[in-house]
Design a protein. Sequence first.
Length: 216
Amino acid sequence: MSLTFYFAPMSTASITEAVLAELGTPCERVQLSIEAGDTRKPEFLKINPNGRVPAIVHDGTSIWESSAITMYLGETFGIDAGLYPALGPKRGEAMKWIAWSNVSLAEAGSRLSSSLPAGSPGGAQPNAKEWDPAGQGNAGMAEKARRDLAGCLGVLDGGLAGKSFLLGEYSLADTHLCGIVGWLGMMHVDMQPFANVTGWMQRCGQRPVFARMMAG
Ligand SMILES: N[C@@H](CCC(=O)N[C@@H](CS)C(=O)NCC(=O)O)C(=O)O
């Protein structure tokens, strides 16, 4: 078995980093620098033509998109480890949350990140100068993104009602979503109205993987 993980520090790849750490799956790690343009070099574009991390190569096949990677690693290594559901409705629930978190939650998060002034926590975009040469951000866009995020966090809060974790027991769905919600926290998204989300984040933070990542 060969597994290679392509990542950059402080990026979406941190989600895959946490998933791999939960699973304890051995892999070769290849660190790229977004600032140095490594993600756009021809050799990496052969692995992910989108020029983005994370990406993994498992036994010669490349898989990109963090949500697909989490689901794939869960199916492949997570069932016996008790971290991902076997085929059936619980698997569907895991997929629902993981897919939604990328398509809806992280989408609004990306809009917020792109609209923050240069240098804002969580808002640093290496290519931001292309659309915001003065680095002042876009307050209107940021406000709309924060409204959309509040809507998404309401959905997540409802999904966590009466539960310790998304599927009841801790799973890689929690690992994945916790990575995204942690990033939103860096951008000072207001979590206070969402008590189920804040309680769940605290429980996720007690996992050794997240405690280690937060300690740097
Ligand atoms: N939807 C993708 C987003 C990945 C993504 O945006 N990665 C950024 C870092 S956070 C990246 O690699 N950017 C490099 C570049 O734009 O060259 C996923 O979830 O995997």
